[in-house]
Write a protein that binds this ligand. Sequence first.
Ligand SMILES: *Cc1c(COP(=O)(O)O)cnc(C)c1O
Length: 420
Amino acid sequence: MNDFDRQHVWHPYTSMTRPLPTFEVASCEGVRIRLADGRELIDGMSSWWSAIHGYNHPVLNRAAKAQLEKMAHVMFGGLTHSPAVELAKRLIGMTPKGLDCVFFSDSGSVSVEVALKMAIQYWHNQSRPEKNRMLTVRGGYHGDTFGAMSVCDPVNGMHSLFSGSVREQLFAPRPDCRFNESASADDIAPIEQLLRRHSGEIAALILEPVVQGAGGMWFYSPDYLRTVAHLCKQYDVLLIADEIATGFGRSGKLFACEHAGIVPDIMCLGKALTGGYLSLAATLTNQRVRDGISANAGVLMHGPTFMGNPLACAVANASIDLLRAGDWQQQVAAIEQQLQTELEPWRDHDSVADVRVLGAIGVVELTHDVDVASAQRRFVDAGVWIRPFGKLVYLMPPYVIQADDLSRLTAAVGLALDCS
Ligand SMILES: *Cc1c(COP(=O)(O)O)cnc(C)c1O
């Protein structure tokens, strides 16, 4: 099987002719990934921020099976169904007040495309079609489709590779003020200057609130976010919060915007939305955006085939109910505490540049790039699943992980420190 895989199946961000190794998975249960050769790995990644309740969860399985007996899918054009309507109710009820319209799509990147389109169509419909560029901060990640790529960090996002194909957007420096610091005038000045000079052509500011994920696993000051949200109002620019990675409790708040007490005009959700079961995303808007796009008989020009997929919506409803009925706050706080205690000692290692923890996210930044193939082999031999990128070795386990399993993950981080 592995030979066929190697020769014929693309995997993310790896060569087809000299691919990184892959390990065959037979099944998963709780926080364990079972390989086809019988080995068991403790999951430190939650399958890229998504599997917050662990794998093969009886409640989520039951929700999927029950919906499957009714319908797996039906088109959303001209038809509607209770899994989608119930999910919209839940999302409107749990996100910051004011976000009360929901557009469902099939992946995070698409939800970002939809958000960008919404912002552009909003201004178009206010007879301001020249307001069609995006402002963002460096170090961000918003997905792999072209619109989303245009607002990813220009270096990490390899804009040079796609120059001419991605729209040139406006970039402020990465917010360097850390989570527990306040934002200084120096932190704010560059982005304010961009807003002052370019607000006439900017449709929206898009950013990941407080936690930058795949662009560098960086946590920045909620004070910066609060100030920048205020500037958006002042310069009449919409604010898009990409909560695809941070949503549903990962940063210690249900949504990372809550750290700053702000409400964006548009919010993107994905990843943990279905507890890691199925691909589903949502773009939420406030009344201003809804009414602005809908004025003069305007309609939002988007409609994916699998929009509002009932199976995915049913699992999302069950996942949200599970989250709200459980003690995720307590679980995430305990993970945060343990990550802090057990990762901090790695700071003394010669190859470690920084250690940072927020919510159920722990990051060890090295002074050099990690050789992923050899690090991964060592991790698997040690019975853990951790996938570093660049200089970053990081952990974001399912919220249900037990303390002894988490200790095995934090100890295993040491295996990567000399993999270069
Ligand atoms: C993963 C991610 C995306 C893209 O989501 P996909 O489902 O992979 O398309 C967008 N924004 C952020 C912040 C993400 O972490």
